[in-house]
Design a protein around this ligand. Structure first.
Ligand code: VY7
Length: 164
């Protein structure tokens, strides 16, 4: 299974200045639960965006995509070929969660069969967007709007699956 997990504003923004421009701790807990003990695949910029004490993301195999053949980081398994990595995982019946960012979501979209989306009800400026899910994506679960205990920002969880 190749899944993608992201949080985006209702206006489509997933990132600004190397971070996520809102504060919703419930989303971080959701992200941790969704990714479980699976492999997480991220771009090098997303790796750099994680707070240092959470790198690598604990309990998960952390795979980092970069074109830079000199790049390395403790706890990161470096790959340079996204398609080969995803095909290898599918062949091995391994679950991979693509966790960002914008470039990697775009490149992995056609290989993914599941998207776990958090909608954040904010209108913020950003420099990174989530890809559009086309007609071949079906909403299989939509949670209610909830209010964050920390600041009251509204958010909801959606689950999408690619039509078989
Ligand atoms: C943000 C963090 C940011 C600030 C402080 C802690 C959804 C997210 C991602 C990726 C959130 C982040 C964290 C939270 C998760 C913890 C580690 C610390 C863990 C995504 N819906 N939300 N993300 N972390 N792809 N999709 O990068 O993270 O999982 O252990």
């Amino acid at each position: 299974m190749i899944g993608m997990v992201w949080a985006r504003s209702t206006t489509g923004v997933i990132g600004a200045d190397g971070g996520m421009p809102w504060h919703v701790p419930e989303d971080l807990a959701h992200f941790k639960q969704v990714t479980g003990d699976a492999t997480v695949l991220m771009g090098r910029r997303t790796w750099e965006s994680l707070p240092e004490r959470f790198r690598p993301l604990p309990g998960r195999r952390n795979v980092v995509l970069t074109r830079d053949t000199t790049w390395s980081a403790a706890g990161a398994e470096v790959v340079h070929d996204l398609q080969a990595t995803l095909e290898g995982a599918e062949g091995a019946d391994e679950t991979v969660w693509v966790i960002g960012g914008g470039q990697v979501y775009g490149a992995a979209l056609d290989s993914a069969d599941h998207v776990s989306e958090t909608l954040i009800d904010v209108d913020v400026a950003g420099d990174t967007a989530a890809p559009e899910l086309g007609d071949d994506w079906i909403l299989v679960d939509d949670g209610p709007w909830q209010e964050s205990r920390d600041g009251g920002t509204r958010y909801r969880f959606l689950e999408w699956q690619r039509r078989a």
